[in-house]
Design a protein around this ligand. Sequence first.
Ligand SMILES: Nc1ncnc2c1ncn2[C@@H]1O[C@H](COP(=O)(O)OP(=O)(O)OP(=O)(O)O)[C@@H](O)[C@H]1O
Ligand SMILES: [Mg+2]
Length: 226
Amino acid sequence: VRRGLFVTGTGTGVGKTVVCAALMRLWRGHSTQRLRYWKPIQTGIEGDDDTRTVRGLSGCGADAVLEEGIRLPRPLSPHLAARLAGRVVDLDQLTRIANRQSTSSRWIVEGAGGVLVPLNDTELMIDLIGLLRLPVLVVARSTLGTINYTLLTVEALRRRSIRIAGVVMVGPRNRENRLAIEHYGGVEVLAELPRLQPLTAASLRRWTSKEHVLLNRMRPWFQANS
Ligand SMILES: Nc1ncnc2c1ncn2[C@@H]1O[C@H](COP(=O)(O)OP(=O)(O)OP(=O)(O)O)[C@@H](O)[C@H]1O
Ligand SMILES: [Mg+2]
């Protein structure tokens, strides 16, 4: 896992998985390298399986996802889900999985929750992001409250010198929020994904087919010789 993006969010349920599926769909056919999705830590596995959702929404094959990782029952923060399962989230285990992968693939790695979600007694999601050394895409809501959450996320990432590829906003278009995030955060909003009704592989495909801007802006993170 050398090249690609780590997709984080301003919190849980903001639309990271849907954005990952959109990226998988968008980049298929445009990248000369194999594009793969990885969810290193999945909690609430009995009800939530982001890997399966990405496969369904993007229509990608089984070989386009990496199934390995830490899988925990109960839809809770990883530190707590692990503790209740009598386990400990071990970042060495995850970096070993990452290092075993072919270096030529391009990766879309999805976090769990936001950047300061605890993984164990001493480490947070942002520590895993730092270890994987991928630039970060921040998924944010478009609605009221998002400026604060997004700027906090950006500040935490900058403090650790983690590169920020940009922000994707999910929800009804909000020009003022977009401008505020760009101005105060010093980041680029790469795309605005509306609430798709219904959300299906077909509706997501229709949206990605029009997103030439996103495609072009993401080129540096995915293409072969850059
Ligand atoms: N653009 C969208 N259009 C319609 N529904 C959406 C959209 N984005 C997200 N949703 C819905 O909102 C819910 C949360 O989205 P999603 O699962 O992508 O969040 P997440 O950030 O990946 O959450 P987690 O932290 O659990 O991984 C899901 O039910 C999803 O179907
Ligand atoms: Mg998700």
